[in-house]
Design a binder for this molecule. Structure first.
Ligand SMILES: Cc1cc2nc3c(=O)[nH]c(=O)nc-3n(C[C@H](O)[C@H](O)[C@H](O)COP(=O)(O)O)c2cc1C
Length: 331
């Protein structure tokens, strides 16, 4: 295989691997373009949540997670890349370009993280009573800060405030017809390989200190009688509230979640509380001086005794990876 075709094959495979990334409501709002010497990541406007995410914050976080997956996939195959985030101010849909690719030794840590990508999933059942080891929280925190984002574990009082704020966010979302319609749309698209199928949504509201998202309809995922008392709640946050920070928050989310998966720890993002401007502001006040909250994470050890949810489907790679610019060059 020529050097050129090796590179474009690696870029196309990294983009396909990035399809495992988590995204809000499984919208998968990304599109990749393989070029002879670069890989571009773009947003897909019609998979943005217009009602609950008009600024595109959750969209950028989701795309950041996909970007981190692609970076790891390249490193695992022995490719070094320079990442240019938001490289063209005149082209806002272009979120990142991976360029200046050169070959290096395959990175064993990245290889392990790539293995975790197909295992990682969102388990919305209550977590077990087993406490999360302090060392694991430390490793997850370090994974976040290495991506330029901040991570704060909430203390008991802050968790109670979060619970009240999340309850308020749920009530606001339940009363807003546009938000309700948007959620109904993304929870009834099972045949499209986007959105959330009933099998991954709890059959009844789990017993939790902090209410999880109210998806507006019961799913078919059986949940035990447990209460997630042993869950740890943490916040991803930072000093800025712009697209670059949101993209990096997504990269940090991916790093945290894959690290947690490697350590046998379950993560569920809770974003309703940062979608409603009033509850996001309330969260800033609870955590004085944190700057801007990007995402709340529930961290715990999943119930080991019962099977968890199945994997949430993904779009086929042909639907998200455009290789037309290198056709003929790839092996
Ligand atoms: C930015 C972001 C926000 C999310 N918010 C929530 C949420 O509020 N509640 C929830 O249960 N899952 C949330 N998720 C998890 C997604 O629904 C999940 O990643 C997606 O459906 C794909 O499923 P998987 O993680 O099992 O692969 C969020 C994920 C991302 C990336």
């Amino acid at each position: 295989m020529s050097q050129d075709s090796q590179l474009t094959t690696a870029l196309a495979e990294a983009a396909a691997t990035a399809g495992h990334a988590p995204s809000v409501h499984n919208t998968q709002p990304w599109r990749w373009r393989v070029l002879p010497d670069a890989l571009e990541l773009r947003t897909v406007a019609d998979r943005q949540l217009q009602a609950s995410d008009p600024e595109g914050r959750l969209l950028a976080i989701s795309c950041g997670a996909a970007l981190h997956h692609a970076r790891l996939a390249l490193a695992a195959e022995g490719w070094r890349a320079v990442v240019r985030r938001l490289p063209d101010p005149g082209d806002p849909s272009l979120l990142a370009r991976l360029t200046d690719l050169s070959q290096t030794a395959a990175d064993p840590d990245a290889m392990r993280m790539v293995q975790c990508m197909s295992v990682r999933h969102t388990d919305r059942r209550p977590v077990s009573d087993e406490p999360v080891p302090t060392d694991s929280i430390g490793e997850i925190a370090r994974a976040v800060t290495a991506e330029g984002c901040r991570f704060q574990v909430l203390d008991r009082d802050q968790v109670l405030e979060l619970a009240a704020t999340a309850g308020h966010a749920s009530a606001v979302e339940a009363e807003d017809p546009e938000l309700r319609a948007e959620l109904a749309y993304w929870t009834s698209r099972a045949d499209t390989n986007t959105g959330l199928p009933p099998e991954v949504l709890p059959a009844e509201p789990p017993q939790t200190t902090v209410p999880g998202r109210d998806f507006g309809r019961p799913g078919s995922l059986p949940i035990g009688p447990g209460h997630d008392r042993a869950a740890v709640y943490a916040l991803l946050h930072g000093d800025e509230d712009d697209r670059d920070s949101w993209l990096r928050a997504g990269e940090a989310l991916s790093a945290a979640w894959l690290t947690a998966t490697r350590l046998g720890v379950s993560v569920v993002p809770l974003s309703a509380v940062v979608e409603i401007p009033g509850t996001r502001q309330a969260l800033r006040q609870v955590l004085a001086g944190i700057g801007f909250p990007y995402l709340v994470l529930r961290i715990g050890i999943a119930d080991p005794a019962h099977a968890g949810p199945p994997h949430t489907p993904r779009l086929a790679s042909e639907q998200v990876v455009d290789t037309s610019a290198v056709r003929g060059e790839r092996a």
